[in-house]
Design a protein around this ligand. Structure first.
Ligand SMILES: [Zn+2]
Length: 309
């Protein structure tokens, strides 16, 4: 409530009218706590009260500074700026902090950006693959990268559009040198799709997880390494192992770890060309080709060289 009062106070200040914080808080308190008016309703009502009292036209208050501007994702590039943005939830990531309610990636046709929804913002959960209008988000710069924060003054409205998401795609050729833990046969939360840790979701606790296959691979081309995430369908293709096979293997061995071991045996040391969208340090693989150590052009060159002798 203090936040709302503060916000109302500063919006009036922008219009050159100073309304004591206590006066705003007193009215808000009455509406919210005594009359049980929903917060948004109370805010509107209190604002209208003071607008009338100071003879300020409503338009002056609701336009200009007070409304966050609508932006495209690629324009969310100045620290501390507020904005509204329509975006699709591309991915939800494993949540590593209890003060965070959801973290992941949203995007529109101009690109993608990391988002963090804070627990204390008390906002509804978003779902992967759905599009939303995010209002009053704040842009932050962190290590030279921009991200958006959803806080108490933000809101999330689900919209009836399926937004296209543009992204920077990348290709990498190298040897798969490792497959990291968290790969193989995993379980995901049926509600939020997060990978479970010891049968529990960060957000939803003990749940009846849904099996999935994924590979978190480390690729190396001799000069740099690239982390890659390979989803179920492609994992099945390159390992010749279906999800059903993997579940059966794990059941036989009474150990999910056998699936990871099997994947390592099948893949580590082989050469691949992977391509997909680049997200943070990961390449999300949407196509993969196994390569011989030498490709045809290199072989042709060797043959031509040999014939020339
Ligand atoms: Zn969950």
């Amino acid at each position: 409530m203090k936040d709302i009062a503060q916000e109302i106070n500063s919006k009036f200040l922008e219009l050159g009218v100073e309304i004591p914080l206590e006066d705003i808080e007193e009215r808000l308190d009455k509406m919210i706590n005594k009359f049980k008016v929903p917060k948004e309703e109370a805010r509107r009502s209190v604002v209208n009260y003071f607008l009338k009292e100071h003879n300020i036209p409503r338009n002056d208050f609701y336009t200009g500074q007070s409304e966050s501007p609508q932006k495209m994702v690629s324009d969310l590039n100045s620290d501390g700026k507020w904005a509204n943005v329509k975006a699709k939830v591309v991915q939800l990531w494993e949540n590593t902090h209890e003060s965070i309610s959801q973290v992941g990636l949203v995007g529109d046709e101009t690109g993608t950006i990391k988002f963090t929804k804070w627990e204390r913002a008390e906002l509804p959960d978003v779902e992967e693959g759905k599009s939303y209008l995010f209002k009053n988000i704040v842009v932050n710069e962190w290590n030279g990268k921009f991200q958006i924060n959803l806080n108490k003054t933000s809101s999330i409205e689900s919209i009836d559009e399926d937004l296209e998401v543009g992204s920077s795609t990348a290709t990498f050729t190298g040897a798969m040198v490792d497959i990291q833990s968290g790969s193989g046969l995993i379980k995901r939360c049926p509600e939020c799709n997060r990978a479970l840790t010891k049968g529990a979701c960060m957000e939803h606790g003990k749940v009846d997880g849904i099996y999935d296959l994924r590979i978190k691979a480390v690729m190396d081309d001799g000069t740099t390494t690239q982390d890659a995430i390979i989803k179920r369908d492609i994992s099945e293709d390159i390992t010749d192992m279906t999800l059903e096979n993997a579940i059966a293997m794990a059941a036989d061995a009474l150990d999910q770890g056998v699936v990871l071991e099997q994947m390592k045996k099948a893949l580590v040391g082989k050469y691949y060309t992977i391509s997909g969208s680049r997200i943070e340090r990961y390449l999300l693989v949407d196509s993969i080709d196994q390569k011989l150590a030498l490709d045809q052009a290199e072989l042709d060159e060797l043959i031509t060289a040999a014939e020339a002798v």
